[in-house]
Design a protein around this ligand. Structure first.
Ligand code: DAH
Length: 338
């Protein structure tokens, strides 16, 4: 005949099972084993009440009921604990997953890659140089007269030891030519710095890609051919190019290149400010002084060079109206360029 001792033994057993349950599933099993209406170990004890002497029934029944309530409460508590605890190992596949935000390639990196890709196809290879430069490579070797305005503190960040942050990637031209023998056919992507007021159009850090070819018999026609091929590859097959005379200390003659607006086809729109043309790069024939500075015979060798601002080209291509967006690294902006 079952007694109160037996009830408390079953209860202890059941509470231990609750305590060692690691998942909601385990708890459900405990609930079933002890509390199932049909054959739970605790519930079936109540069914034996009728076999118990009448004077003991009351206390026995009360003990059994109390044990049932205790166990129910313990199970409910454990369920709650598991639901809120991170240690809940029960897998609920209906919960939304944890999404890991993947980044994407920065639009500037992407545009540099696209520019380089286009020039690889024409036989150019890449060279890089230091971002901290000497006055010699950034200015002097590039034929900047000592009093040229670009040397002014306004534009150039000077650092300790008479060094400066390069204001363009053109010094890589000098460094590469010094180390090579013609023919040399190179592009030089990289970061550049200017002490300019930050606005929608200019930032103190930006990127350029320069390119150049030095060999015997290189002419302006070669330069035009390469630039037409690049611009059509990069912006669109149908566009026209316009070479306007300009000035750079390191090229003679020098030109600036405009492309017909790829958005309106030259008719005039907001992008080209109703001019029909977009200015995209500077270029020219390498000044003989520069060739002499790197030890080349400028009677024998000639070369062309060009340089473009990556941010400007990216802004035109993707119709971005504020250069600062490139440096804020707002993922919502950057992700649009996937
Ligand atoms: N270095 C010039 C600048 O920063 C751009 C440039 C113009 C580069 C003409 C060249 C070139 O190589 O030939 O404005």
């Amino acid at each position: 005949m079952p007694g109160s001792n037996q009830i408390s033994a079953i209860l202890q057993q059941a509470l231990a099972a609750v305590a060692s349950s690691a998942s909601l599933k385990d708890l459900e099993a405990v609930d079933n084993r002890y509390l199932s209406r049909k054959n739970g170990l605790l519930t079936s004890i109540l069914k034996t009440l009728k076999d118990i002497p009448i004077e003991e029934r009351k206390t026995f029944g009360a003990a059994a009921n109390e044990a049932r309530l205790k166990l129910e409460e313990a199970i409910a508590q454990a369920q709650e604990g598991l639901r809120t605890s991170k240690r809940d190992s029960s897998l609920d596949p209906t919960l939304p997953g944890i999404s890991h935000k993947i980044g994407s390639i920065h639009p500037i990196t992407r545009v540099i890659e696209q520019i380089c890709q286009s020039f690889y196809g024409m036989g150019f290879t890449i060279a890089r140089g230091p971002e901290i430069e000497t006055d010699y490579y950034n200015f002097e070797a590039l034929n900047f007269p000592p009093d040229h305005p670009a040397r002014d503190m306004q534009d150039t960040f000077y650092v300790e030891g008479g060094l400066l942050l390069r204001t363009h990637t053109t010094p890589v031209q000098v460094r590469t030519l010094e180390k090579s023998k013609p023919p040399v056919k190179i592009i030089t992507p990289g970061k550049t710095f200017r002490n300019e007021a930050i606005s929608t159009r200019s930032y103190c850090v930006f990127h350029q890609v320069d390119g150049f070819l030095v060999d015997e018999g290189v002419t302006m026609a070669d330069l035009k051919g390469v630039l037409v091929a690049f611009c059509r590859d990069f912006f669109g097959e149908d566009l026209k190019l316009r070479f306007r005379p300009s000035f750079f200390p390191f090229t003679e003659p020098s030109a600036e290149v405009d492309i017909s607006c790829f958005l309106c086809g030259g008719k005039g729109c907001q992008l080209c400010k109703y001019e029909g043309w977009l200015e995209i790069l500077g270029c020219g024939m390498i000044d003989p002084n520069v060739l002499n500075n790197v030890g080349y015979d400028s009677e024998k060798y000639t070369g062309y060079a060009f340089g473009m601002g990556v941010e400007r080209i990216a802004m035109l291509k993707y119709k971005i109206n504020d250069v600062r967006l490139f440096y804020e690294n707002d993922i919502r902006f950057i992700r649009q360029f996937r």
